[in-house]
Design a protein around this ligand. Structure first.
Ligand code: ADP
Ligand code: MG
Length: 811
């Protein structure tokens, strides 16, 4: 590692006129550090506000006066840096000074004479010369050339020669990796095997830079150019590669104080022309101050790119270019001040060595072997990569006895051998996994035996559903039987369906699919769609959802519902509404057809009018008259017909709209009535099921029941029944104070046991208790509790049959 402060040099540009006397002097007599004294001319000194100093002294590594040759500059400034780059260190040389002070001349060189070649071509020449001389290493050289203007990076080595402005060049962006290394995306690296190739690249970059420059952007004075030589070296046979970078930087003009006013007065407030130079200064200040932990490199692209060069892994050199003419004194002083700060920055350059991964593997393998040998000496046994069969067996034995050991304190000792420890874990994992699989199968079989106090498992639920299905099938058979019987009494019975959907199916929608005239003909809110099946489906599903209507009724229940429906008082209203609805539907249908006709008529009329019009125009052209002299009577007639038809259409459409509203309303009414009916049926159903349970054997004693609640009296009875039910006193109203008894074990078995029954058992007198006689029913023997569907279905048939027989005079 080489610790070094940034080297600062000063170069004074030759003045056009003879050197102005007394402006500056170079003192090189001092043995250690030469100094540059800038003497303020009288008239300028008066203008300085705060101090009346007349001269300023700045120390530099070396000061190159006006007559210093490019060769000297290279030898003294660039060559030492190039040498350290050849040795594997990073290096940076940057020129700093106001515009016109000779930065470009110093870094790149003058365009006229070969002797005016600057640092870049000379360094390239020197490096390639050295590379050729040194046959002990294999070198590779790459070149990149970056221009930064207005915080944007541009690749100057774009070979397309198409750039007419900076924006045409590839844009370069700065990326930072997690290790805070800077990467430049889009900056091309070009290999240069010879000095010539490298110079060509320099030329390409300078040409691009020149072409891209316009008087508008003044790129050369306001942009920074970084020419970088990337050098890699490797000794033959060695795995160590060295990387070094040499940045040769031509900075933007440092002028930052606007010159205004009379008598050379300076503005006290500095105005920065170039923001990134401002940030460079911030970084320099931060670096030169002790105990500053944060260095604001990220503030600008330039400081990000030069991060290593400033206070990092780099040997850095600054050349302060000075134009010491009277008018530039202030800028020169400011440049020198800046240089003084830069001189305080310490860099730590390290060799950038990278080890070839192949060598790394060989090294690590060797290290592993050495460690293994060491371990063998300590443990007294040679350690192989894998455990032996005997070791496996021994370990598993230990694990088994460890697991079987009931002592909670017991330990599994395998020694400090990672192979054994890992094996133990794997073995235990395997055991655990095996147990898990085994465990789940046991658990599932256990569920079968569990009583229903546990929530029903999916499997159990499926089973119950299957049983239910079976029952439904049984019911189907019964229904068929019942139907046969019903046929005998067919004449007296006619089940009319109240389902509106049937009505729907039988009638096609009378509403026209759309408005033939488009939105123009109708008010914007006009409905253009008929109440189609999807909306009514939606509504009915909504109703089902809201009322809890059963989507699927068992056949028995359906039968019972049909009877209930038929005898219900509301059925008249529903039937009436149904008739009206039917009527409206046919009206709407007829209207729809008329509308369709009118629509096609309108279309036809329009077509005729167009045709007629075309004919007339063609006639006009053939007769050479632009406008027909007399109005076309036929066309006028057609037009009035069209208007009439449109009016008719509009009137019919309005009527249809009104019909649609009415139909919608009727449908809603019917839906409502249907829901009401359904709810009442459900209530009746539940009531009957319960009373059947408490009055078993119910099959033979159904006479006491009114088949369907339809009269106010029967409704009163039902409410009484309901109130009795809720009081827990299970008496059947029309049978007097008869105490509930249930001697029919079969009925008890097949009937569900709803909550109130248990409740009544608790409250009734000992004589009514059933427990003594009826063994506790196993829960699994009756699939559904609370839902009396299946068994009650059977009862419903019986009841329905009873009703039918009663009505048809069979009984
Ligand atoms: P900068 O890049 O700092 O704006 P330049 O390098 O373009 O300034 O210099 C401005 C002019 O001065 C150029 O014409 C250049 O050739 C000339 N010049 C600068 N320094 C020297 C020098 N040391 N010897 C001869 N001419 C110089
Ligand atoms: Mg320049």
């Amino acid at each position: 590692m080489v610790k070094q402060t940034i080297q600062i040099f000063a170069r004074v540009k030759p003045t056009v006129r003879k050197q102005q006397q007394g402006i500056y002097s170079v003192d090189e007599d001092e043995k250690l550090t030469p100094s540059l004294e800038i003497i303020l001319p009288r008239d300028l000194a008066d203008g300085f506000v705060n101090n009346k100093r007349e001269s300023y002294r700045f120390k530099f590594q070396r000061i190159f006066d006006q007559d210093a040759k490019q060769e000297t500059i290279f030898e003294n400034i660039a060559k030492p840096v190039a040498e350290s780059v050849l040795a594997g260190y990073n290096g940076t040389i940057f020129a700093y000074g106001q515009t016109g002070s000779g930065k470009t001349f110093t870094i790149t060189g003058g365009a006229e004479r070969y002797s005016d070649r600057g640092i870049i071509p000379r360094t390239l020449s020197y490096i390639f010369e050295q590379l050729q001389k040194d046959s002990s290493k294999i070198y590779t050289t790459h070149i990149s050339y970056l221009e930064i203007y207005n915080e944007c990076g541009y690749d100057l080595l774009d070979p397309r020669h198409e750039a007419s402005s900076l924006e045409d060049l590839p844009k370069v962006t700065v990326l930072e990796d997690p290790d805070q290394n800077i990467h430049l995306k889009n900056l091309s690296l070009h290999q240069a095997t010879t000095e010539e190739e490298a110079l060509n690249l320099l030329f390409l970059g300078d040409t691009n830079r020149m072409i891209a420059e316009t008087p508008m952007n003044q790129a050369s004075t306001r942009s920074h150019c970084i020419f970088t030589i990337h050098l890699s070296s490797k000794e033959p046979g060695s795995a160590t590669v060295r990387h070094a970078k040499l940045h040769l930087v031509d900075l933007a003009g440092s002028e930052r104080v606007a010159k205004t006013g009379v008598g050379g007065q300076l503005l006290t407030e500095a105005k920065y022309i170039n923001l990134s130079l401002h940030y460079l200064e911030q970084v320099i200040i931060a670096l030169s101050e002790k105990h500053r932990s944060h260095i604001p490199y990220r503030n600008s692209m330039m400081t990000s790119v030069l991060r290593d060069s400033l206070g990092g892994n780099c040997m850095t050199t600054m050349i302060a270019t000075l134009s010491l003419e009277k008018r530039n004194i202030d800028e020169s002083i400011s440049t020198c001040r800046f240089a003084q700060r830069v001189a305080l920055i310490k860099n730590e350059a390290v060799l950038n060595e990278e080890i070839d991964p192949r060598l790394m593997i060989i090294r690590l393998q060797k290290e592993i072997q050495e460690l293994k040998d060491e371990l063998a000496i300590v443990t007294g046994e040679q350690r192989t990569e894998e455990l032996t069969e005997a070791e496996f067996l021994q370990l598993e034995k230990r694990i088994t006895s460890f697991l079987e050991d009931q002592d909670p304190e017991s330990k599994l000792e395998v020694g400090a051998d990672m192979r054994k420890i890992h094996h133990c874990f794997h073995y235990l994992k395997k055991l655990l996994n095996d147990k898990k699989i085994h465990g789940t199968s046991i658990a599932s079989s256990e569920i079968k035996d569990q009583n229903s106090q546990e929530p029903l498992k999916e499997e159990e639920y499926k089973k119950l559903r299957d049983i239910l299905q079976q029952r439904d099938n049984e019911i189907n058979i019964l229904v068929n039987m019942l139907k046969k019987e019903k046929k005998k009494a067919q004449d007296a019975l006619h089940f009319s369906s109240m389902d509106r959907s049937e009505l729907r199916c039988s009638q096609s929608s009378p509403f026209p699919p759309g408005n033939p005239e488009g939105p123009r003909m109708l008010p914007p809110s006009a409905p253009t769609q008929a109440p189609d099946s999807s909306t009514s489906q939606y509504r009915s599903s909504l109703l089902h959802g809201k009322t809890g209507m059963r989507e699927e009724m068992s056949l028995g229940r359906q039968e019972a519902f049909e009877i209930f429906k038929r005898d219900h008082a509301d059925s008249v209203t529903i039937e009436d509404n149904k008739q009206i609805l039917k009527q409206r539907f046919s009206e709407a249908k007829a209207l729809g057809e008329s509308i369709n006709e009118a629509r096609s008529k309108i279309g036809r009329l329009k077509e005729e009018i167009t045709q007629r019009h075309v004919q007339q125009v063609a006639l006009g052209i053939s007769e050479n008259t632009a406008v027909p002299s007399t109005p076309d009577l036929l066309e006028e007639k057609l037009r009035s017909q069209l208007e009439e038809e449109k009016r008719r259409y509009k009137a019919m459409f309005t009527h249809l709209k009104a019909l649609k509203v009415e139909i919608e309303h009727l449908q809603l009414l019917m839906d409502k009535a249907k829901v009401k009916l359904q709810k009442e049926f459900e209530a009746w159903w539940a009531e009957e099921a319960t009373s059947l349970q408490v009055n078993s054997p119910a099959v033979n004693s159904l006479n006491h029941m009114k088949p369907f609640p339809q009269t106010p009296e029967s409704q009163h009875e039902r409410s009484q029944l309901l109130s009795n039910k809720s009081s827990g006193d299970w008496k059947v109203p029309d049978q007097g104070p008869q105490v509930v008894s249930c001697s029919d074990v079969y009925a008890r078995k097949i009937l569900p046991s709803p909550g109130p029954l248990l409740h009544s058992q608790e409250q009734s007198s000992p004589s009514t208790l059933l427990e003594d006689r009826i063994p506790e029913r196993p829960v699994s023997s009756v699939p559904l509790t609370g839902d009396s569907r299946t068994d009650s279905d059977i009862l419903a048939f019986i009841k329905a049959r009873q009703s039918i027989l009663q009505r048809t005079g069979f009984q």
